[in-house]
Structures are given as structure tokens and as C-alpha cells.
Design a protein around this ligand. Structure first.
Ligand code: ADP
Ligand code: ZN
Length: 609
């Protein structure tokens, strides 16, 4: 365990410095007071004293001469003159030469001046810098140096006038939050019935779905101050700082109530405490402080805490129990309608031509988050400017979807002729297999222009609408489509390339999920073999089965993918002519649309249903 430093301990430090300063003052001032006086005399007096042999020691400088009387009690000073015989006469007067005459500067003093003073300055500077650093870290908290009250950082922010209407889609979340707004407007209504508002609400969902926006919108609608801090800001390099920041934040919030406190990325401090040795003390202290503060204020005092996270399952149960963050507001990825609305909200900010069809764009951008959609619109506007246009059109938006999905077009990648052919066949392989299976979504666009993401080409499939359920058949067809690219390469070139690595990954993932999570294999029936651990971030899974079963699963996965691969190969074999024709067309044009693809496919022979 790390030692927990008492934040007040450095008080000693200050006493030490004060003592030192006092000491110095005494030592410097005292000698000054008892310092021997230097008497200014003219050169004549000096010569007279030489004649009287009343000279002790002499120090001849360039501009002045210092000398003492015989007893050495008084120091005299006179200007230097051009006096070549001076040395001889002084010698005759038995004066001592070459000895430095102490002008009151005692050795102790010079030691202090040359050694102790710089040290003090050094320490003082160190203190100052330390404090500055802490302020930079956001703490502004001199507690750590025992100077009492923290100079409060103001966490309150302007919400930029964000309203619910700025957040498109997410109707369920808005509904849940509208109650909070109503409460902030009229707390009495709730108090009369005896209802108390939840102290904390947890906004959970994937990144970029508008959680921060929603929190700001609540503050904006209720017209109350908005305190915002990110969980990571609590975790400081100094132990105890996080906890004092939490105290600080809540103190300010209570003063400003009613208000909204928003804690982003709460999982950084709210992770499950595992009780292991050597855990993160600082984080735990901060979390404990947060829990204490939340328990400390009564409901209905007007402070509502909103927190956001994209890993709700990693949160400490203490945080989510009743009385703390007891209401959970899911903020999911937008569906088709939601995507269209988000696009509309962001399209308002830019000049867009009338022919733009946002519905199509929304369909193409399946799976995109609100932040990505905002990005797509902005990329489109940038592209319009690049092409010296003043208005954004459909092609800008379509291209920018590809930029967001696949990266920019890579201008300097030169594929050899053969490679280009392989890529063309590969992509047509995907598209043809997809089109030939009645349940697969139609193709929107196929391109073999290399992208910065590393993709040499891709087939963009577009769902007609949102799908909430997928049948076993549909998943199998999807796997077949993923294998279609490689199948085409095998069929035509009788060789295989590295180009299918991503397809392989995706196909395997689907096949695995069918068996371990969806209960779509006879062997395991409805038994879960995997659990999803990270729902909103990639959906990692962990196995929960014996090693034997694992073996079995692996075999089943291979079987499943193999079967679909064979199916894809046979589809392509049966449609070899179409495959060649389409691949040639794509090879020449580099980008073809879904319609062009279907036209060629339907020309003669028609689709196999
Ligand atoms: P989160 O906090 O969930 O990660 P943010 O609230 O920070 O996401 O959203 C980032 C940006 O994405 C916003 O500034 C906004 O431009 C855009 N955005 C996200 N969701 C929406 C939405 N539902 N409506 C409009 N814009 C959105
Ligand atoms: Zn592929």
C-alpha cells in the first residue's frame, strides 16, 4: 500500500522558512548596525597621517584608498591620486599592505549573502513553481501546502445555449431528462407529493452519441448553471487532490443550486474497486469522496448529478445503487430516422443544394454515431470548398461518408495491373454473392480506389431500413458475402492474396457469435458460451466454458465458415460470365454505383432468386 500523505504535514515547511527568514534578518541587519564607520577624508589628511606614521593597514584601489589608523579602530577613505612615491612613503610609515580592510562586511555576512540567500530564493521559487503547477493541473488548491482554504476553481460553464431541439433523435433519453428539467423548474410540485428526484442519472452509450450534449441541454432548458468536469481530471498526480476536488465541486454546486453537475467519463474514477493490494489509492479516495458527497446531500436540494460513461458494466456497484446514480438513461447509436434527423440538424449550419437527399445519406451511414454524422457533414462542406464551390451537393456528402468510413483516397498508391484486376474481381465477388442471395442487402457502390485506411477497394452495402432482428439465414448469407471476395480470387486466378484479412476477421466474428451467443447451432442449443464485456466499445467477449467445449466451438466455427465459403464459390462459378463482365467494368471505371451493377446483372439471364 502506498503511504497516504497527510496534506497538512508540509505546514512544518512553512514554519521552517519563516524561521530562516527571521534568522537571516537578524544576521544581516545586526552586523550592519554595529558596522565600523568609514570616514571620508581628503588626500592631504592621508598624507599627514603617513607623515605622522599613524597608518595601520592600507588598501590601494584604482579609484579609492582605504586605510586605518595605527590602532585600527577607524577606517578612512580617500580618493586615489597619481602618487608614484606613495608606496615608498607608506613603507617608511610602517603601514601594512595587501590586507583587505573589512568594511563592516563580516565573514558571516558574506557567507550568508553568497550562500544562504540564494538558497532561500531557490526554495521560495520552488514553492512558487509547485503552486503554479498545481494550479495548472486545475486544482488551485493550496491545501496541500497547509495554507488552509482552497482557492476554488470555478467549474461552472456556459452551456452555449444548447437545447433539446439541438439534440436530434434520442427521444427516449430526452423524455427521461425532460422530467429533470420540469423538476428544476418547479421543485415544489414534486415536494408536495413527496416525490424526490434521483440525485444522479447515468447516461450510458457508445462514444459520440450526444451524452455531453444532452447534459448541457438539460441545463439549457432548465436555465440553471452547468458544472462540468471529466472523471480523468479528478485523478491527479498528488494523492488526495482528487478527493479535495470533489469536495470543492460539490461545495460550489450547493451554493449555486439548483444546478446540473456533469461528470464525463465517470468510469475513470468509478471503476470497480477490486480490493487488491497496490490498487489505485488516489482513484479510490476520489470515488469514496464522491460517494460521501452524494450521500451527504438530501434529495430535493436542487443539485442534479449527470454522469456519462461508455462502460457501464465496469462501474463500481456502490455508484449505481439506489440513492446515488440510480437512474440509467441509455443513449444509443441513432437508427435510420435518428441519423436523418441528426444530419438535418447539422445540415442547417451549412449551405446545401436542394437536390441533396439526406435520407439516402442516412441509409449509407449505417452504424454511424452522432459525432460521426456531424463529421460527415463537415467533411462534405470542406470538400465543397476544396472544389471551389459555394454550396454542398450530394456527391460531397457521399464522398465524405467514404472518407469517414474508409479514409481519404490515396492518390499515390499505384497498383500494378494485375493487382488492380485482383481487387476488381475480389470486390465484385462480394457484391455478386450478396446480390445473388435474396436476403442480402443490395449494393450501393463498389470502388477500387485505394484509401488511406489501407483498403484497396470496398463494396458498400446499404440496408433498406433498420434491422433489429437477424435470422440465422441472414447471418449465414452475410458470412457467405464476406467470403465472396476470396472465392472470386480463387476461381479466377487460382491463387490467394492477403487482401481478404478483414473479411476473414468479420466472418469469423459472426460465425463465433452464432454459435456462442445466439444459440444457432444444434450442438450447443441455447447455452451461452461467451459473454459480452464491453458492450459499447467494440463488444469484447470473454469465454465462459470448459477447454473441451472451446475445442468443439472452434471446430464448429471452422465448419460454418467453410460451408458458406463453398456456397459463395458455387454462386460465383454459376455466374462466371457475369463475374467477368462486372469485374471488367469495375476495372475500367474504378467506381461503379449500385444501379450500374444491377443493370449489368439484370441485362440477360436475370437474377437467381
Ligand atoms: P458523447 O458525450 O456521447 O461522447 P457528445 O455529446 O460530445 O458525445 O457529441 C459530440 C458531437 O457529436 C456533438 O458536439 C454533436 O455535434 C454531435 N452529436 C452527437 N449526437 C448528436 C445528436 N443526437 N444530435 C446532434 N448532434 C449530435
Ligand atoms: Zn473483401
Amino acid at each position: 500500500m502506498k503511504e497516504v500523505k497527510n496534506p497538512r504535514k508540509p505546514l512544518l515547511y512553512y514554519y521552517g522558512i519563516v524561521l530562516l527568514i527571521l534568522l537571516l534578518f537578524n544576521m544581516i541587519i545586526a552586523p550592519l548596525l554595529v558596522q565600523k564607520q568609514v570616514i571620508q577624508v581628503d588626500y592631504g589628511t592621508f598624507m599627514g597621517m603617513i607623515e605622522d606614521k599613524n597608518i595601520g593597514s592600507v588598501e590601494v584601489g584604482n579609484a579609492q584608498i582605504l586605510f586605518t589608523d595605527k590602532e585600527g579602530t577607524t577606517i578612512y577613505k580617500t580618493g586615489a591620486m597619481n602618487d608614484p612615491t606613495l608606496t615608498e612613503r607608506l613603507y617608511a610609515a610602517e603601514a601594512t599592505f595587501g590586507q583587505e580592510i573589512q568594511q563592516g562586511t563580516s565573514p558571516i555576512l558574506s557567507f550568508l549573502l553568497s550562500f544562504v540567500l540564494p538558497l532561500v530564493i531557490f526554495i521560495g521559487l520552488g514553492q512558487y513553481m509547485g503552486k503554479k503547477l498545481m494550479e495548472q493541473a486545475g486544482g488551485k488548491n493550496s491545501l496541500a501546502f497547509g495554507m488552509g482554504k482552497s482557492s476554488a476553481k470555478v467549474y461552472v460553464q456556459s452551456t452555449g445555449g444548447i437545447r433539446f431541439s439541438d439534440v436530434a433523435g434520442e427521444d427516449e433519453a430526452k423524455e427521461s431528462l425532460a422530467e429533470i428539467v420540469d423538476y428544476l423548474h418547479n421543485p415544489q410540485k414534486y415536494a408536495d407529493v413527496g416525490a424526490s428526484m434521483p440525485k444522479g442519472l447515468l447516461l450510458v452509450g457508445p462514444p459520440g452519441t450526444g451524452k455531453t450534449m444532452l447534459a448541457k441541454a438539460v441545463a439549457g432548458e432548465a436555465n440553471v448553471p452547468f458544472f462540468s468536469i471529466s472523471g480523468s481530471e479528478f485523478v491527479e498526480m498528488f494523492v488526495g487532490m482528487g478527493a479535495s476536488k470533489v469536495r470543492d465541486l460539490f461545495k460550489q454546486a450547493k451554493e449555486k443550486a439548483p444546478c446540473i453537475v456533469f461528470i464525463d467519463e465517470i468510469d475513470t474514477i468509478g471503476k470497480k474497486r477490486d480490493g487488491q493490494m497496490g490498487g489505485n489509492d488516489e482513484r479510490e479516495q476520489t470515488l469514496n469522496q464522491l460517494l460521501t458527497e452524494m450521500d451527504g446531500f438530501e434529495g430535493n436540494n436542487g443539485v442534479i448529478i449527470l454522469a456519462a460513461t461508455n462502460r457501464p458494466d465496469s462501474l463500481d456497484p456502490a455508484l449505481t445503487r439506489p440513492g446515488r446514480f440510480d437512474r440509467r438513461v441509455p443513449v444509443e447509436l441513432p437508427d435510420l430516422k435518428g441519423r436523418e434527423e441528426i444530419l438535418k440538424v447539422h445540415a442547417k449550419k451549412i449551405k446545401m443544394s436542394d437536390n441533396v437527399d439526406l435520407h439516402t445519406i442516412a441509409r449509407m451511414a449505417s452504424g454511424a454515431s452522432g459525432a460521426e454524422l456531424a463529421n460527415i457533414v463537415n467533411e462534405a462542406a470542406l470538400r465543397a470548398v476544396r472544389n471551389a464551390r459555394t454550396i454542398v451537393d450530394q456527391s460531397d456528402l457521399e464522398e465524405s461518408i467514404e472518407i469517414v468510413i474508409a479514409g481519404y483516397q490515396k492518390k499515390n498508391t499505384v497498383l500494378s495491373d494485375h493487382e488492380k484486376q485482383v481487387v476488381a474481381y475480389h470486390e465484385i465477388g462480394h457484391a455478386l454473392v450478396a446480390a445473388m442471395q435474396s436476403h442480402s442487402a443490395p449494393v450501393q457502390k463498389i470502388t477500387i480506389i485505394p484509401r488511406t485506411s489501407g483498403a484497396l477497394g470496398y463494396t458498400m452495402q446499404v440496408d433498406e431500413g433498420d434491422k433489429y432482428l437477424m435470422t440465422k439465414q441472414e447471418i449465414e448469407n452475410k458470412i457467405a458475402t464476406f467470403t465472396g471476395g476470396r472465392a472470386a480470387e480463387e476461381l479466377v486466378f487460382e491463387e490467394i492474396t492477403t487482401g481478404a484479412s478483414n473479411d476473414i476477421e468479420q466472418a469469423t466474428k459472426l460465425a463465433r457469435a452464432m454459435i456462442t451467443r445466439y444459440g444457432m447451432s444444434e450442438a450447443f442449443d441455447m447455452v451461452a458460451m461467451e459473454t459480452v464485456t464491453n458492450q459499447y466499445l467494440g463488444g469484447d467477449t470473454s469465454l465462459v466454458c470448459s477447454a473441451d467445449t472451446q475445442n468443439e466451438i472452434d471446430k464448429k466455427v471452422v465448419e460454418l465458415v467453410k460451408r458458406q465459403h463453398e456456397k459463395a464459390a458455387s454462386i460465383l462459378r454459376e455466374n462466371r460470365e457475369k463475374l467477368d463482365e462486372l469485374a471488367r467494368f469495375l476495372y475500367e471505371k474504378e467506381t461503379i454505383t449500385g444501379e450500374e451493377f444491377m443493370e449489368i446483372l439484370d441485362e440477360k439471364g436475370g437474377r437467381v432468386q
